[in-house]
Design a protein around this ligand. Structure first.
Ligand code: GLU
Length: 378
């Protein structure tokens, strides 16, 4: 594998040292607006950037638009607005090309890519959210680079993210990323429309105030859906979950290396880490039931372990998978809140049993932990 470095000094919000990064790529960067062709050279540079981050030990998730734009080109649909079914057909044709383009760009760096097509439900329905999160974790643990897009072919308005800025922020939250990079056609947020006299570029936004929101115009770039407004909304989602966000110019060759070298950008900082934000989110939930633990389980949890069915002595209340439950010590003392990976009926059945007995008892295989350590606020 080629040795690549992302040069630049470490500074507030710098990519160097990030554990997990989401990179959002807009259609206008990837697809030539006039010809509808893939911008191969740009993508080759991006793959070098991704490889450099991976070599530095950073997990990378790419959220890429471009399915509809590539499909338009392939089907010669022109540049006029498309009817829903035409846009969905274009996405179906374009997505397969998009995925192949990433696979081919990353393979020379010995990187395996994976395709994930999501709809809004995958982050708004808690059970699906937890499943999607687990899939990201499994892929990243194996060094894979997930390539994510909205499932444009089946998503209709009610179940759409609608734009990939919002999708990227939600992916960052689900995957517990610490930085979300929006590669854009502009280098960040300005105090007024960038071509207005006196408009000032903002390098750092510590808090998304109504003033900041008012600064965001509405314009998209023709190929991509998101304007500055959607980016600010994305920043709100990401930063509330402990993920910093940065908007920078994506059109340059190797935009992430440029960012590391100090390219102009707007950083939105987060005050909590993703782990702290997640614990706060879980800790604020209203439990639907409770799990009584034995002393061994309490001890294991204190050492950062997951809660296994074997350590549960009683199940109280009715809850579904992914729902919050009270965790109680042997004497009933409240220890915290966790998200159950099983329903209350399933939990009843497997309580006190070893994880290897789960499948024989339930008649289907399940997850080893009843409450995973990432899903607890103690
Ligand atoms: N998901 C769309 C596509 O791949 C793009 C949405 C957006 O640009 O925000 O074509």
């Amino acid at each position: 594998m080629a040795t690549l470095t992302l040069a630049g000094t470490k500074r507030v919000g710098a990519l160097a040292g990030a554990k997990r990064v989401v990179i959002k790529i807009g259609s206008a960067l990837l697809v030539d607006r006039d010809s509808g062709d893939l911008r191969v050279e740009w993508l080759t540079g991006l793959a070098e950037d991704v490889a450099a981050l991976k070599a530095a030990g950073t997990d990378v998730i790419v959220v890429s638009s471009g399915a509809i734009a590539l499909g338009r080109g392939a089907l010669s649909l022109g540049t006029d607005a498309l009817a829903l079914e035409e846009a969905q057909a274009a996405a179906a044709v374009g997505q397969i090309r998009l995925a192949r383009a990433y696979e081919e760009a990353l393979a020379p760096h010995d990187l395996i890519s994976a395709q994930l097509l999501l709809t809004l439900d995958d982050s708004s329905n808690r059970r699906r959210y937890l499943n999607t999160r687990a899939t990201f974790a499994a892929l990243l643990a194996r060094g894979v680079v997930p390539i994510v897009n909205e499932n444009d072919t089946i998503a209709t308005d009610e179940i759409r993210y609608g734009d990939n800025d919002r999708l990227a922020a939600n992916v960052a939250v689900m995957a517990g990323a610490d930085i979300c990079v929006l590669l854009s056609d502009i280098d960040g947020l300005y105090t007024a429309l960038p071509d207005t006299p006196g408009a000032r570029h903002l390098p750092l936004v510590k808090e998304i105030t109504p003033e900041i929101e008012a600064m965001a115009g509405d314009a998209g770039s023709g190929l991509s859906k998101g304007g500055m407004k959607t980016k600010i909304m994305a920043a709100r989602t990401a930063t509330a979950a402990g993920c910093a966000m940065v908007i920078t110019q994506g059109a340059v060759h190797r935009p992430l290396a440029a960012l590391q070298d100090g390219a102009s950008a707007t950083w939105f900082t987060a005050t909590l880490t993703p782990q702290q934000a997640r614990k706060a989110w879980i800790g604020a939930m209203k439990p639907k039931g409770g799990l009584r633990l034995d002393a061994g389980a309490v001890d294991a949890m204190g050492r950062g372990k997951s809660l296994l069915p074997a350590g549960v002595t009683a199940v109280d209340g009715r809850f579904g998978r992914g729902e919050p439950v009270r965790l109680e010590g042997p004497d009933g003392a409240a220890l915290g809140i966790g998200l159950s990976r099983y329903t209350s009926d399933e939990a009843q059945a497997i309580a006190g049993h070893r994880s290897s007995e789960i499948a024989p008892i339930l008649g289907y295989p399940g997850r080893a932990a009843l409450v995973h350590r990432d899903d607890m606020a103690l």
